[in-house]
Design a binder for this molecule. Structure first.
Ligand code: RP5
Length: 161
């Protein structure tokens, strides 16, 4: 199985958030790799990852970072692959810093920016799956089934706990 998705994050401390994306990809049977690639601490690693991503066969990159979250944007500047950005929730500014750092890209280098935190990371996994499903009927069927199961799990009315 080829590795379709690269999950990259700025720090080990981002993994509890980005793991939500990994869980979704596991559920949907999509191959991925996960790497720590910091825009500030390992800029050469970032450069090499972006430079070789297409040739290595990756299709989509999920990039999560917190604070001055330059990783998704820098990766988008280095590869034409779709980059899905995940703003990691921070202690100081609750992740609004991460969100603003990721979402306000200049014209020409888009990052598909998700919500702050765990929900955003899970949605990044689903968004990556939806992109791959355009050309993969079997994956499209699995994604449809996943969505139907979520829908079916929602009760019609609230209960008193
Ligand atoms: C960012 O700084 C990382 O993406 C992380 O969210 C944040 C804090 O990193 P650590 O100090 O926990 O390594 O680069």
């Amino acid at each position: 199985m080829t590795t379709d998705i690269g999950i990259i994050m700025g720090s080990q401390s981002d993994w509890p958030t980005l793991r939500e994306a990994a869980h979704l990809l596991d559920e949907l049977g999509i191959a991925y790799e996960s790497r720590i690639v910091s825009a500030h601490r390992t800029p050469d690693r970032l450069w090499d990852y972006g430079r070789t991503a297409v040739a290595r066969g990756l299709k989509v990159i999920i990039a999560g970072a917190g604070g001055a979250a330059h990783l998704p944007g820098m990766m988008a500047s280095k590869t034409r692959l779709p980059v899905i950005g995940v703003p990691v929730q921070t202690k100081a500014l609750s992740g609004v810093d991460s969100l603003y750092s990721i979402v306000q890209m200049p014209r020409g280098y888009p990052v598909a920016t998700m919500a702050i935190g765990a929900a955003g990371a899970a949605n990044a996994g689903l968004m990556a799956a939806a992109i791959l499903a355009i050309h993969d009927d079997a994956l499209a069927a699995r994604l449809d089934a996943w969505r139907a199961a979520l829908s079916a799990s929602i009760p019609e009315g609230p209960r008193d706990d």
